[in-house]
Design a protein around this ligand. Structure first.
Ligand SMILES: Nc1nc2c(c(=O)[nH]1)N[C@@H](CN(C=O)c1ccc(C(=O)N[C@@H](CCC(=O)O)C(=O)O)cc1)CN2
Length: 295
């Protein structure tokens, strides 16, 4: 068997194309969405991802605002950049690129983001909304994974999804999304402390590998026909990138997301969706308030 490809590039392009007209409609109502980014330091991966986010904004007509700080930035300087974006009316949503340099308290920074402008869905209030199943911005990579599966017609309803990795951007929240009634999956969250990971992986209908460990998921760990999503990225000592999924998995799985070209572009597309949806919520609130005055 050779797996079918979960094409994140093409799916993200379709999402972005839909957003162009929604952004135009917002602008016609006088609402101009603007995405801000806070990037601290010189990590080549983070710089690349942030540059990609600004390219995406240009593609769909969203304004973009950058706050780039040096590796030596202090907690106070990073928090000041966050406060500035909270106050900036041209910035309707923003993200703080993770990870932050060692010694910086990332949770304190995330907690300072105005929850209304939280384009990543990582503010504790928005994570709480997710727990309560209330509407709000959704964490970009988890929602990107779901959209990628849906777009390709992979059955999530009733599926056993095994997630590997417990990081804040993927592992911690993806189970909350996948176990909503609308998705109806059963989720097992594995991590470095999990005993006999291969035995658990072999039970999965869908694997989400987000551990950042090169080729962690091997062909013999995959049930024939399963869908395997490669989220993790690691670099060797020469800077060469590898995913969490061994290339041989394509011979066993039913579906595989390439890396690059799979979940990464979907993460970026979902960020734009969050910015546009927040602006649409604003537009609706303004319209409702106007109707209230008239009546
Ligand atoms: N504040 C956040 N920080 C981080 C997040 C996040 O969702 N919010 N996720 C990751 C990084 N990330 C987004 O920021 C991200 C990762 C990968 C890609 C992407 O498009 N990758 C390309 C390959 C690019 C390359 O060659 O390196 C692909 O997969 O095709 C976009 C965004 C951690 N930080």
């Amino acid at each position: 068997m050779t797996a079918q490809i979960l094409d994140g590039k093409a799916t993200a392009a379709a999402i972005k194309s839909d957003l162009v007209s929604r952004v135009e409609a917002l602008k016609a109502k006088g609402i101009h969405p603007g995405l801000g980014t806070v990037l601290v330091g010189e990590d080549p991966g983070s710089k690349w991802y942030v540059a990609g986010k600004h390219r995406d904004c240009a593609e769909v007509g969203i304004a973009s605002i950058r706050r780039d700080l040096p590796e030596t930035a202090t907690q106070e300087e990073i928090e000041a950049a966050v406060r500035e974006l909270n106050e900036d009316p041209s910035c309707t949503g923003y993200i703080v690129q993770l990870p932050l340099p060692k010694g910086i308290d990332a949770n304190r920074v995330l907690e300072l983001i105005d929850p209304v402008k939280d384009a990543d869905g990582l503010h504790p209030m928005n994570l709480g909304r997710l727990v309560l199943n209330e509407s709000g911005p959704l964490p970009c990579t988890p929602q990107g994974v779901i959209q990628l599966l849906r777009h390709h017609g992979v059955e999530i309803n009733g599926a056993h999804v095994v997630v590997v990795g417990r990081g804040i951007t993927v592992g911690r929240s993806i189970g909350l999304l996948l176990t909503r009634r609308s998705e109806n999956a059963t989720v097992t969250l594995c991590h470095t402390g999990t005993r006999d990971l291969p035995a658990i992986l072999r039970q999965a209908d869908i694997i989400v590998a987000a551990a950042g460990v090169r080729h962690l998921v091997k062909p013999e760990d995959v049930k024939p026909g399963a869908a395997v999503l490669d989220v993790g990225v690691s670099r060797d000592e020469h800077g060469k990138i590898a995913g969490d999924v061994h290339p041989g998995v394509t011979e066993v799985a039913g579906w595989v997301s390439p890396n690059p070209g799979g979940v990464g572009p979907m993460t970026r597309a979902q960020l734009l969706v969050n910015v546009v949806e927040a602006a649409e919520r604003d537009a609706k609130a303004a319209a409702d308030a106007g109707a209230g005055h008239d009546g």
